[in-house]
Design a protein around this ligand. Structure first.
Ligand code: SF4
Length: 347
């Protein structure tokens, strides 16, 4: 018997094709979207404005499958890390980050994963060390939001968890469509940020296909030093990417940011700050400095706050908008991939 199709995670167009193929009216697809993404039903039987015959036909060929988390760890600062099972004893993580500070204006951000592991091999990243084990489907990406107890509190979603979004482009785009179009959740695209190590072809498609914010993982502006910790630099030099980004229009609401994890003794002195300032001079963007979470092998550590402040001050003096991202959930191993990696090892 053919495997049943998962309705959850399908776009309006895909549902229209499915309906027409099954002899159902095309308008049923919009009704199904409403049940799936607005009313959040878990069974086809609950889609009560579809005829009994249509529901019976759908049940013959389709299911609604969402993946709930099997474990959660809560930090003393309120950050929660959720573990989601995927096929073959593998796991992915999503991290819920509430921010009730005045500055945060009650933001609640979810950081989602898009792949099981990652093939980008960034040296400072625990996920990178686990290798690549597959792409998440749009349903698996969206489950990380829809199946969260805090789903209705979310104000923002960032694609900054396990995996490289541009390496699973179609499924990431499908999930973004469902989050941001009127037949889906209807969120503003400016509530969503997608991060990339700098896979240029994917980024150019992303800029055409969506209005979501873009974050580039920079971490070092010296080409050879960046290549030593981020192998993707060899295929996609970040300077070439920045030249292309300069040709885009950043005057609207869409934001461009560069993530820079501070690594003691690797990328944290003033010569590094000067190279960042040179690379990004005149580009409308923001630099987010991130304190490094120490990795289990102890190779990378965060520099002191004094060093980070000097770095930040240098960038600000040279005309860049630069923020220091508060470190959250350190007591629950918030570094990307640690919980999923540990659970896999235990399994
Ligand atoms: Fe992959 Fe991101 Fe980790 Fe690099 S930092 S290995 S892109 S998950």
């Amino acid at each position: 018997m053919a495997q049943k199709k998962n309705l959850f995670g399908l776009t309006l167009l895909q549902l229209q094709q499915l309906c027409l193929g099954e002899g159902l009216p095309k308008y049923a697809a919009r009704q199904i979207c409403d049940w799936l993404y607005r009313k959040e039903v878990s069974t086809i039987d609950e889609m009560t404005n579809l005829s009994l015959k249509a529901r019976a036909r759908l049940k013959d060929i389709a299911v609604i499958e969402k993946t709930s988390p099997i474990e959660a760890q809560e930090s003393k600062d309120g950050t929660k890390k959720y573990l989601f099972p995927v096929a073959n004893g593998q796991y992915v993580e999503a991290v819920f980050i509430p921010d009730d500070s005045d500055e945060g204006a009650s933001r609640a951000t979810l950081c989602v994963s898009c792949q099981v592991g990652c093939r980008m091999g960034c040296q400072f990243c625990y996920t990178g060390k686990q290798g690549y084990h597959g792409n998440l489907s749009a349903a698996q990406i969206l489950s990380q939001a829809f199946c969260l107890p805090e789903f209705h509190r979310l104000t923002n979603i960032v694609y900054m968890g396990m995996g490289e979004p541009m390496d699973n482009y179609d499924n990431v785009l499908q999930s973004l469509s469902i989050l941001t179009t009127d037949w889906g959740l209807g969120w503003s695209p400016h509530r969503i940020t997608v991060s990339s190590v700098g896979i240029t072809p994917g980024i150019l498609r992303f800029l055409q296909d969506t209005q979501c914010h873009l974050a580039i993982s920079l971490h070092n502006a010296f080409p050879s030093q960046r290549a030593a910790i981020m192998p993707a630099q060899k295929a996609y030099p970040v300077a070439d990417l920045v030249s292309l980004l300069r040709k885009q229009d950043w005057s609207g609401q869409r934001r461009l940011s560069f993530e820079y994890t501070m690594l003691q003794g690797e990328n944290d002195d003033i010569s590094h700050a000067a190279e960042v300032a040179k690379l990004l001079a005149g580009l409308r963007c923001r630099v987010n400095l991130i304190r490094c979470h120490a990795t289990p092998d102890g190779r990378f550590k965060s520099p002191s706050m004094t060093v980070i402040s000097s770095f930040r001050n240098y960038l600000v003096r040279h005309g860049l908008i630069c923020t220091l991202r508060a470190s959250r959930g350190e007591d629950i191993m918030a570094a990307c991939g640690l919980l999923a990696g540990r659970s896999k090892d235990q399994a």
